[in-house]
Design a protein around this ligand. Structure first.
Ligand code: 0L1
Ligand code: MG
Length: 258
């Protein structure tokens, strides 16, 4: 059965524009993973046509903590645009979003292009300019943040906002698998993790992204920002919530919701 890619891309964009959660696509129709990525691509093409700029990409659902929280057991890939980048100290505006959550991320700042197939974690580190800590604000466009794997892919993997910490380290300056992270919400410890929570090493996640893009004739590009996946379960953002992630070597990064 073929589905109307543009119809479902517009359906999700309407949810973004109206800040209203909608039923998951799979409540209405079967959705294959290739069709889900086609919807994601149509959505991002529309954002770019409307003036948005792709500044990077993300891998999601790469830690067991996130997979268990969402009941989805495979990694997913999505796009980051300039409208999503939250400068330091700028609050997350809840009025612009549906029901946001946030999660700590290890972030790669790319020096060189990287295209699969065959990209390894070693290749990723060689192509990386620096690594920093980040927090991603995810905002599923689906009711109750409830979805199947193809649903969340179509929804650009819930991407909404992200912010980057100011400390940078070269990829050979720290062992990213051992990089510790304390995730705190309103001063209370929410969860802890190390970089190895992301498929054994965060660079493995970026290698998977390069190989995924390579299958479509695309590449991770020099200058891109790449999020490797939430290290811990995501937490809800309510008015006044202040979430911080403190990383070994990378310092602290935070978001405040208003
Ligand atoms: O790690 C992630 O960025 C997961 C995003 C997709 C699933 C979700 O909405 O939590
Ligand atoms: Mg994430």
């Amino acid at each position: 059965m073929s589905i109307d890619i543009d119809h479902w891309a517009a359906y999700l964009q309407r949810a973004v524009d109206e800040r209203t959660a909608v039923p998951a696509i799979t409540k209405s129709t079967e959705l294959s993973l290739p069709d889900a990525y086609a919807i994601q691509q149509a959505s991002i093409d529309a954002r770019v046509a409307a003036g948005g700029r792709i500044i990077g990409a993300k891998v999601g659902l790469t830690s067991r903590a996130k997979q268990q929280q969402m009941g989805v057991s495979e990694p997913v890939y999505g796009w980051l645009t300039d409208e999503m980048l939250l400068p330091a100290e700028v609050p997350v505006s809840l009025s612009e979003l549906v029901h946001p959550r946030c999660e700590p991320e290890i972030v790669f700042l790319m020096a060189h292009d990287l295209q699969g197939p065959g990209v390894t974690a070693h290749d990723v580190l060689a192509a990386t300019e620096a690594v920093c800590g980040g927090i991603e604000v995810i905002d599923s466009r689906y009711e109750a943040f409830s979805f199947t794997l193809p649903d969340v892919v179509a929804d650009n993997t819930s991407a909404a906002r992200f912010t980057l910490g100011s400390n940078r380290v070269a990829p050979d300056e720290a062992d990213l698998a051992l990089m510790g992270c304390l995730f705190e919400v309103d001063g209370e410890l929410s969860a802890t993790a190390a970089g190895a929570a992301l498929m054994g090493h965060p660079a493995e996640c970026v290698a998977m992204l390069a190989n995924h893009l390579g299958r479509q004739g695309k590449a991770i590009e020099a200058g891109w920002i790449v999020l490797a996946g939430g290290l811990t379960p995501a937490v809800h953002l309510h008015a006044g919530t202040h979430a911080t992630a403190t990383y070994a070597h990378l310092g602290r990064v935070g978001v405040r919701a208003e």
